[in-house]
Design a protein around this ligand. Structure first.
Ligand code: NAD
Length: 309
């Protein structure tokens, strides 16, 4: 398959390497010029278990991409997605399938502004990766992907996409209700990412707080009320259990969530697509979500204090 990875940071690069190694023709498309230049000059360096592997890959800035693709995998941060889609309008006119696995709620609405519903596949992934520097990622562990076509009755290529991902060892399987899966992951991120960033702590330290359950319920009870009004399945108790399962050091206890890393690296966070999305949707649907609105403001204030635009 001819595949474009649009947004080839930590995750996009990891997926790109695996798909290329499985025999697909992969182009990494990214707006970070230093990253693109490093890959063009030296290949992508992948560090795993302390060993570096150099993988020669095709990389380009969006404006330099002139080919078309069978599949575009969008892996920007949620707030970068609209801009990337604008830049790829010419490639999208060829009607490729577009797969999005980025975190946050609302990505599908963004994509629908540029891509017909029947070409969109959405999902979640528990693969992980870190961008160590331009042209360099560090990867650990394995993961899996759950995905579903947004208009299942009109999209007939899902098996081919699932087979392509599985051929690359990415462990993909169709999800019965991808919107519920996206909200479930967003619920977890809206607790762990947000509080660990505000408290400057890791996941185990959050879990050791005597009031972690109250803090979690403050976010997830509002998620549940807003989800119900939006006809999305969401179970606050199940999400709380999922969060509790992350506290052990052999799970994710030692991990600082990506929002914490973004704040530390002085980069914008995905808060508007997590707590912020639920606060806004709640306002629209007349379901109050004051805790999520306040947490969104607190993260934006921290961004402002750090001079993050
Ligand atoms: P990333 O920050 O590594 O990359 C996203 C974009 O930001 C890329 O275009 C990248 O080039 C650019 N970027 C990164 N650092 C930059 C810098 N210093 N200067 C200029 N540009 C820079 O993002 P990611 O971790 O790959 O995440 C992509 C999506 O996947 C997000 O929605 C994230 O929440 C989600 N996700 C990430 C992980 C993970 O382990 N990283 C796991 C699951 C889901």
């Amino acid at each position: 398959m001819k595949i474009a990875i649009a947004g080839a940071g930590a995750m996009g690069s990891r997926f790109g390497v695996k798909l290329q190694q499985a025999g697909n023709a992969v182009t990494l498309i990214d707006n970070w010029a230093a990253h693109v230049q490093a890959i063009q000059a030296n290949g992508l360096v992948v560090t795993k278990d302390g060993h570096d592997t150099v993988v020669p890959m095709t990389a380009a800035l969006p404006q330099d991409v002139h080919s078309t693709f069978d599949l575009v995998i969008l892996f920007t941060k949620a707030m970068q997605m609209d801009h990337m889609l604008q830049e790829l309008k010419a490639q999208l006119s060829n009607q490729p399938a577009v797969l999005v696995l980025a975190n946050g709620i609302g990505n599908v609405e963004t994509i629908e502004r540029y891509v017909p519903q029947q070409n969109i596949v959405a999902g979640t992934t528990v693969w992980s990766s870190s961008l160590t520097g331009p042209g360099h990622i560090t990867v650990t562990g394995t993961g899996s992907i759950s995905l579903q076509a947004i208009a299942p009755d009109q999209f007939h290529d899902l098996d081919r996409i699932v087979d392509t991902l599985n051929g690359a060892g990415l462990k993909a399987s169709p999800a019965p209700d991808v919107l519920a899966a996206i909200w479930k992951k967003a619920g977890l991120n809206s607790v762990l990412n947000t509080y660990c960033t505000l408290f400057d702590c890791n996941i185990a330290e959050f879990g050791a707080l005597p009031n972690w359950r109250e803090l979690t319920a403050g976010v997830l009870d509002e998620f549940q009320a807003v989800a119900a009004a939006a006809n999305v399945a969401f179970d606050a108790q199940a999400d709380t259990d999922l969060i509790a399962a992350q506290f052990a050091p052999d799970k994710n206890g030692d991990h600082y969530p990506s929002m914490h890393q973004d704040m530390a690296n002085r980069r914008p966070t995905e808060i508007d697509f997590l707590n912020g999305y639920v606060a806004q949707l709640g306002q629209k649907l007349r379901v109050p979500a004051p805790n999520n609105a306040l947490l969104t403001q607190l993260i934006h204030s921290q961004e402002a204090l750090h001079g993050i635009a």
